[in-house]
Design a protein around this ligand. Structure first.
Ligand SMILES: [Zn+2]
Length: 386
């Protein structure tokens, strides 16, 4: 029996943004509005922009400057050479008058454009750039192990590497603040089922799926976070959420002031993302663009129709030539990759993890996020997006 087109049911879609029921952890209220939209609204209240946002940032900057008195740096800025982190570094130095140390983690996939952006911006701002480069054999094997685990998101190198690098650099240099540039208005919050991460889960993946020994990789475990948060008292401020980061004025400032070059496609300061997104799209039917595009519809950067049109257009990560080059660099054969794509799909809940522990600490976790000790979107992600 064949199914006619009229019998194919369209997935249920949020009445406000463009997310549909295929998005991990999505729920709809009686008006057909999804929980990601509600999450957006609660963060919108916590992070005002305009005059109110400016005032909050200026007040935070006073505390940051005080914490760095007599020291060469008063904050670490996570830096990739992409749009958001580049503007955040500019804002920290030029607008807030801070003494940032720009910190970049390189898992071996930093693009040439991103590298030249970082060098130009730091030279023009007179900011020191600290780059931590992951051992390439470790990086390659960790990503391959992650792909073999058949889970939706396969980049533990960046996620853990960036966290470990930012905190350990701050701790080593006696810096009390880390400035991040994740924008819920532009980038949304990713579903937890799609990209969960913790140290126990990472260890399990390495143990089961790494074919060579991983020697130098630094896992960010609970005891590290306890040390960074409570002994070193390092706080995280998501600066981007307090200023208006919508529209072209950010790109224009970066181009005019620093000769900044726009990377091709979102996250393309790190070229591994073509492989990561292509894999998730083919294996799980996950189109990662939906997280950004839905956020931009909620914010009004895009209309709902424009958002739906983008999602209907071919994704930039549908690029077989680039995927083949990436697999070659990863030293993973096409046969192995295709066998993984065809194998049963798994989620983080299929492997050992700390999630049941994380759930026990829901309220202290919320408090730490609201106190800017942990990134504020972490609470939304771990408790509202599953
Ligand atoms: Zn929605």
């Amino acid at each position: 029996m064949t199914t006619s087109a009229s019998e194919v049911k369209e997935p249920v879609r949020c009445n406000r943004c463009i997310m549909d029921e295929t998005v991990g952890g999505i729920r709809f209220d009686k008006d057909g509005v999804c929980n990601y939209c509600h999450m957006h609204d609660s963060m919108d209240k916590l992070f005002p922009i305009g005059k109110a946002g400016e005032k909050i940032l200026k007040d935070i900057a006073v505390s940051i400057r005080k914490s760095g008195k007599g020291k060469p740096y008063d904050c670490v800025v996570g830096f990739s050479g992409g749009r958001d982190t580049s503007y955040c570094l500019h804002y920290a130095k030029e607008v807030l008058g801070l003494k940032p140390l720009a910190v970049h983690f390189d898992n071996g996939w930093t693009s040439e454009k991103a590298r030249s952006n970082m060098e130009n911006i730091c030279a023009k701002l007179g900011v020191d750039l600290h780059i931590v480069t992951m051992d390439w054999d470790d990086s390659r094997e960790l990503t391959n192990a992650n792909i073999r685990a058949c889970v939706p998101y396969v980049d533990l190198t960046n996620d853990i590497g960036i966290a470990y690098t930012l905190y350990s650099t701050a701790a080593k240099n006696d810096i009390k603040y880390i400035l991040l540039s994740h924008s819920f208005r532009e980038e949304g919050v990713a579903p937890l089922l799609w990209n969960y991460m913790d140290a126990r889960y990472t260890r399990a993946i390495i143990k089961r799926f790494a074919k060579t020994k991983i020697n130098h990789f630094k896992n960010a475990d609970i005891h590290h976070f306890l040390y960074w948060l409570f002994i070193k008292r390092i706080k995280v401020v998501n600066v981007t959420n307090y200023y208006n980061d919508m529209g072209r004025q950010i790109e224009n400032t970066l181009i005019e002031r620093y000769g900044w070059q726009e990377p091709d496609g979102h996250h393309m300061d790190n070229e591994l993302f073509i492989l990561i997104y292509n894999y998730a799209w083919r294996k799980f039917g996950i189109d990662w663009r939906v997280v950004d595009v839905a956020a931009q519809v909620r914010t009004g950067i895009l209309t709902r129709e424009e958002g739906l049109a983008i999602m209907a257009s071919p994704p930039y990560f549908d690029n077989e030539e680039f995927v083949s080059q990436s697999l070659e660099k990863q030293q993973m054969s096409r046969e192995e990759f295709e066998a993984i794509i065809a194998a049963p799909n798994k989620y983080f809940l299929d492997y050992p993890n700390y999630y049941s522990w994380v759930k026990l600490f829901k309220w202290p976790f919320k408090l730490l996020c609201r106190m800017h000790i942990l990134p504020i979107h972490a609470y939304e992600k771990y408790f509202e997006a599953i």
